[in-house]
Write a new protein. Structure first.
Length: 313
């Protein structure tokens, strides 16, 4: 039971990472030392698992996918998302700069810990780091697509792309959906129509239900596909993979940069890079923001120590 509670706690932290734009649950999983294990388990959702289920060999099923570990982490992720979604919305609404500052500190400290997963750092690893960094930064220079697309094939593709942020540290699935122009449609509009009772007998319900199911199927396909690719990369090119991921995470610092140009912050048709500003330090607010960056870094150091203490999961 004690081990299950530890894994639920880790899941809660991963869930928090998943609902913060620019941060990634997979980054938190890396810091806590469970990222590779989660990827390996997800890659085991295969034909063998289906055969074991049809054979009603549930003991073998539990062993095949490390059921108790996976289920406890999943429960934690759900708790983290549900419990803190409204809290984070409140913080971003009333204390946006301070909240981003805290998460920037988390990400800066994360870079050094993720880098340590690369057992050697030579010219090849530096090139992969630059590759990840360039890809990550390039995304922020792309102007978002302002036209939503309800084509089911495109929605399925959005589901595949949206899951990337949960599997690859440093890439925000939410921001990728923004670039595709379907973030509002698939996240805000669809959830609103399907969770509000006033829409239950509405003709639009069927349309949004199709969108939701298609998007969810894209998520499932993306998990099955990318978990296998990542498993193969981690097994055969571990150093190169983590060097690239370090580049992704470094580039993602732009997304959570606390200081924004307030004159254009609500403009949706321009890229994130154009919205960035810088601290002037002519008031205490900027000093408080810097202090919160330091506190965020201390938080991730504490999480890393927690992950090492309980790495026998």
């Amino acid at each position: 039971m004690k081990l299950i509670l530890k894994n639920i706690s880790k899941g809660i932290l991963i869930g928090i990472g998943n609902i913060i734009p620019g941060l990634s649950g997979s980054t938190i999983a890396l810091i806590l030392g469970v990222y590779e294990k989660l990827i390996m388990i997800l890659a085991k959702f295969d034909v063998t698992l289906i055969k074991l289920i049809f054979q009603l060999n549930f003991k073998a099923v539990r062993q095949h996918i490390s059921f108790f570990f996976l289920s406890s982490v999943t429960i934690g992720i759900i708790i983290g998302v549900i419990a803190l979604a409204h809290v984070l919305n409140y913080l971003f609404h009333y204390f946006e700069t301070y909240t981003w500052s805290y998460f920037l500190g988390i990400m800066i400290a994360s870079i050094f810990y993720v880098k340590n997963y690369t057992t050697k750092w030579e010219k090849k690893e530096s090139m992969y780091f630059m590759f990840g960094l360039i890809i990550s930064i390039t995304l922020f220079f792309i102007n978002p697509n302002m036209e939503e697309n309800k084509n089911l094939l495109f929605v399925f593709l959005c589901g595949i792309i949206g899951i990337i942020g949960m599997l690859i540290p440093g890439l925000s699935g939410s921001y990728l959906l923004v670039l595709l122009g379907n973030y509002e449609l698939l996240i805000s509009e669809t959830l609103h129509h399907l969770t509000q009772p006033m829409y239950y007998n509405n003709k639009e319900t069927y349309i949004y239900l199709k969108l939701f199911i298609t998007f969810l199927l894209g998520h499932i396909f993306g998990i099955l596909l990318f978990s296998r690719i990542l498993k193969w990369l981690l097994k055969n090119y571990k150093n190169s993979t983590f060097a690239t991921l370090t580049g992704f995470i470094t580039g993602s610092l732009l997304w959570i940069w606390p200081w924004k140009n307030q004159d254009i912050i609500n403009e949706k048709s321009i890229n994130v890079f154009q919205k960035l500003s810088y601290p002037s330090f002519n008031n205490m607010a900027d000093i408080y923001a810097v202090l919160l960056i330091i506190i965020g870094a201390i938080t991730i150091i504490s999480l890393e120590k927690l992950g090492k203490k309980y790495d026998n999961v």
